[in-house]
Design a protein around this ligand. Structure first.
Ligand code: AOF
Ligand code: ZN
Length: 368
């Protein structure tokens, strides 16, 4: 039906508003549309989002308080195939079947093994008309992190880089310099709110001492979980990132076990994951993060961490905020790539002006 695309488009528009707010579950938007028997008159009578913490699911929220009229038809639109597993509560399919919904239209088949087409089959078996895959390609863009989590057991990795016109990230090694403008700062904070986690290396903690939260008014509660990589655990316990860890979950990956430092960090509510030296690899770290439900992770530095993500081919997307001045050869380089394939790994997708700076968005040509 013509209107199916229209309502799925509206759901996608609303989906953008809840990205990064539903960890550890995927964000979903659901609409209920009431129609007369000929589908000539149609109106949205309810909508729902996946709530914070991932439950209740969007469909449950949308179905709440709907009053069904015997003479009308009801279509439930959803950005994701409704679930059919008994999870933390009753499944959405089971809830839908208890109502007068006649049709279900969704965008992306749920890649979670427990669903993956079974939601659709169960609805059909019970006499509901189902149309799946509407605007599937657009949905895939929103759900790329979720798809990677469920299919490759790793989150979608985005590098966020601030650099000079000639690609330097500081005027000299081991110092923090402001390179991009103030609007870039605000944009970065808005982006942070859409991610499940931010990751940095220990040098960034030592040199920049960042808070790694979202400080835009109204989005403070959307701050992502913070992840620090530190083999040696040689970190100052008074660093900003170790403040407020009760409210803002903070994880460290290290190769140290049972040290006094770990005890002190645990007291501050920092979660420390200790890995054997030979297991301290980005692939293992990403696997662990995927297991706890992280689908989208923003890597904010520094150069060593960027270099590893690029060289190990674990980067899906790069956001480069570039200033309009050169730093020159004495500046600190962004990345030291180690093999030829890296040269052609990324495609430039979009460029936006940000006053006198630019934002370039690149995507890995080979990720699913
Ligand atoms: C839906 N609507 O709004 C969401 C869905 O831990 P549970 O029991 O909440 O289940 C999580 C799974 O539910 C998740 O992996 C995905 O398959 C699905 N998410 N499904 O019908 C929603 N968030
Ligand atoms: Zn559900």
């Amino acid at each position: 039906m013509d209107q199916d695309k229209k309502y799925i488009e509206i759901s996608h528009f609303l989906l953008k508003k809840i990205l990064g707010t539903t960890f550890p579950n995927p964000p979903v938007v659901s609409l209920i549309v009431e129609s007369d028997k000929n589908f000539k008159r149609n109106k949205i009578i309810s909508f729902g989002f996946t709530n914070r913490g991932g439950r209740p699911h969007a469909e449950e929220m949308a179905l709440k308080n709907v009053i069904f009229n015997r003479n009308n038809s009801y279509t439930l639109y959803s950005t994701l195939e409704p679930c059919c597993h008994f999870g933390r509560s009753e499944s959405c399919v089971s809830k839908i079947l208890k109502t007068k919904i006649n049709r279900v239209v969704y965008s992306l088949r749920d890649p979670d093994k427990r669903v993956n087409g079974s939601g659709e089959s169960l609805l059909k078996k019970n006499g509901i008309e189902v149309l799946g895959g509407v605007m599937n390609e657009q949905a895939k863009k929103f759900y790329k992190g979720y798809i990677l989590n469920r299919k490759l057991c790793r989150p979608k990795v985005t590098l966020k880089i601030g650099c000079s016109l000639d690609g330097k990230i500081a005027f000299k090694p081991n110092q923090r310099d402001k390179i991009t403008n103030n609007i870039v700062n605000k944009i970065v904070h808005i982006y942070r709110s859409e991610f499940d986690a931010i990751l940095v290396g220990s040098d960034t903690i030592k040199i920049d001492n960042p808070k790694l939260n979202c400080r835009i008014k109204g989005l403070e509660n959307n701050s992502p979980l913070r992840v620090v990589l530190s083999k040696s655990l040689n970190l100052n316990l008074n660093s900003e990132v170790f403040k407020n860890c009760r409210k803002l979950p903070t994880i460290i990956f290290t190769t140290k076990f049972n040290t006094e430092k770990i005890k002190k960090l645990s007291k501050k509510n920092v979660n420390v994951f200790s890995l054997e030296r030979n297991k301290f690899k980005l692939s293992n770290i990403l696997l662990k993060l995927a297991e706890i439900g992280i689908c989208n992770i923003l890597v904010e530095g520094g150069a060593k961490v960027f270099t590893s993500f690029i060289n190990e081919n674990l980067t899906d997307s790069i956001m480069i905020f570039r200033s309009s001045f050169f730093i020159g050869s004495e500046g600190k380089d962004l990345i030291h790539y180690s093999h030829k394939e890296v040269k052609n790994m990324f495609a430039l997708k979009e460029v936006f002006p940000v006053e006198d700076n630019t934002l370039e968005i690149l995507e890995n040509k080979n990720t699913i």
